[in-house]
Design a protein around this ligand. Structure first.
Ligand SMILES: Nc1ncnc2c1ncn2[C@@H]1O[C@H](COP(=O)(O)OP(=O)(O)OP(=O)(O)O)[C@@H](O)[C@H]1O
Length: 242
């Protein structure tokens, strides 16, 4: 098997209530690669992204899948879910809202089994790169950020990336979540993602190609559940000028 091939999708179709919403998808994702899943609203980006962590069946009734999604050669449906979702870190915009139901201490305890004030030097440096170290710089700041309602959306997205990284995943999937960053955060997060892609794969789904075309190598253009184009960004822009 090609060791660089991390995810392989073979003739994947997804039906909900007998409606074919993803149509015969074939796709490979390799190590060290940033792949963009690009397409308009309802193109099927989330269905495709979630199929890589076997999540659609858990979320929706009346779903039927044909074809296969392989992670390192193994069908994702036969991989233990907890392991699958720590090695493929999937995040999407509802995470940003759902985190409001917990406090910072609770999230730290659940995810890392430590208190926010007990982070290591290494973790602090990571938070610095993600632009959120100021929150962890002293007790009074930690106190004022204990409630996530006091965080900006950008800070919460950075924090979600921090938590995913702690589990050392081999693949990151950002399902539309990075579209919610402002321009200032965008540049820093993109630099950060470019740094961490070594030995990993990054999959970014977006409706806004121009935000990520400078860091991605490969693009899949989806429309109405079908792959319309798959290949290099340059090739895409030649065929489908923005
Ligand atoms: N649970 C569901 N029941 C019925 N149809 C669904 C369900 N989930 C998704 N769909 C349909 O599947 C299609 C693809 O949806 P999906 O959420 O994957 O699109 P998307 O490209 O991620 O869109 P967006 O950019 O708006 O997030 C849409 O037509 C959507 O209406």
């Amino acid at each position: 098997m090609d060791k660089n091939k991390i995810i392989e999708i073979k003739d994947l179709s997804v039906y909900i209530n007998n409606l074919k919403l993803l149509k015969n998808i074939n796709l490979e994702i390799s190590k060290n690669e940033i792949l963009l899943i690009y397409g308009p609203r309802n193109a099927g980006k989330s269905l495709l992204a979630r199929s890589m962590v076997a999540l659609n069946e858990e979320l929706f009734k009346g779903i039927q899948t044909t074809g296969q999604v392989l992670f390192l050669g193994e069908d994702v449906n036969s991989i233990e879910k907890r392991y699958l979702r720590s090695t493929i870190a999937y995040s999407e915009p509802t995470f940003v809202d759902n985190i409001n139901f917990l406090t910072l201490s609770e999230v730290f305890n659940l995810a890392l089994r430590i208190k926010p004030s007990d982070i290591s030097q290494e973790q602090y440096m990571l938070l610095e790169k993600l632009n959120i170290a100021h929150i962890f710089s002293n007790h009074s700041s930690l106190k004022s950020y204990e409630n996530f309602e006091n965080w900006t959306i950008g800070d919460k997205i950075s924090f979600i990336i921090f938590l995913s990284l702690a589990r050392n995943p081999q693949v990151f999937i950002f399902d539309s979540i990075l579209d919610h960053l402002d321009d200032f955060m965008h540049k820093d997060i993109k630099d950060f993602l470019f740094d961490i892609k070594e030995d990993r794969s990054l999959i970014i789904s977006t409706r806004n190609l121009s935000l990520f075309s400078d860091i991605a190598e490969k693009i899949v253009f989806l429309d109405k559940g079908e792959i319309i184009y798959k290949g290099s960004i340059e090739g895409f822009l030649l065929n489908f000028p923005l």
